[in-house]
Design a protein around this ligand. Structure first.
Ligand SMILES: [Ca+2]
Ligand SMILES: [Ca+2]
Length: 117
């Protein structure tokens, strides 16, 4: 669709391993699992796109849909996810492929205990 890819998908930050102490387990999530079904697949990209373009559903876990961890949910996140799934693109930013806590603070939240069980 003509969207430039590459750098925008690779914002995973060096500090991914640090700074998460003291946060509650309930804040854990899996980056990329936008529909919170425990798997990262194309359904999650569709979930993001439907949220962006039809506006008919809120995101259960906005953080999980922020693929590149830039604090915003937009077309880039869906493109990055599809690029990762189908073209061997950059991995989603931490936490992925296992549940974890966002190493960076931003305006997004995760309202579900997506990874508690
Ligand atoms: Ca999913
Ligand atoms: Ca993003």
């Amino acid at each position: 669709m003509g969207v430039a890819m590459g750098a925008a998908c690779s914002l995973a930050r060096e500090a991914a391993e640090a700074g998460s102490e003291g946060l509650e387990r309930s804040l854990q999530f899996l980056r990329g699992d936008g529909n919170v079904d425990g798997r990262v697949d194309f359904q999650d990209a569709i979930h993001i796109l439907r949220h962006l373009f039809s506006g008919d559903r809120a995101l259960e876990c906005p953080k999980a849909s922020d693929l590149n961890d830039d604090g915003q949910i937009n077309l880039t996140d869906a493109v990055c996810l599809l690029d990762f799934l189908f073209r061997g693109g950059s991995l989603p930013a931490y936490p992925y492929p296992q549940c974890g806590i966002d190493p960076t603070s931003d305006g997004l939240s995760c309202g579900l205990e997506a990874c508690s069980g």
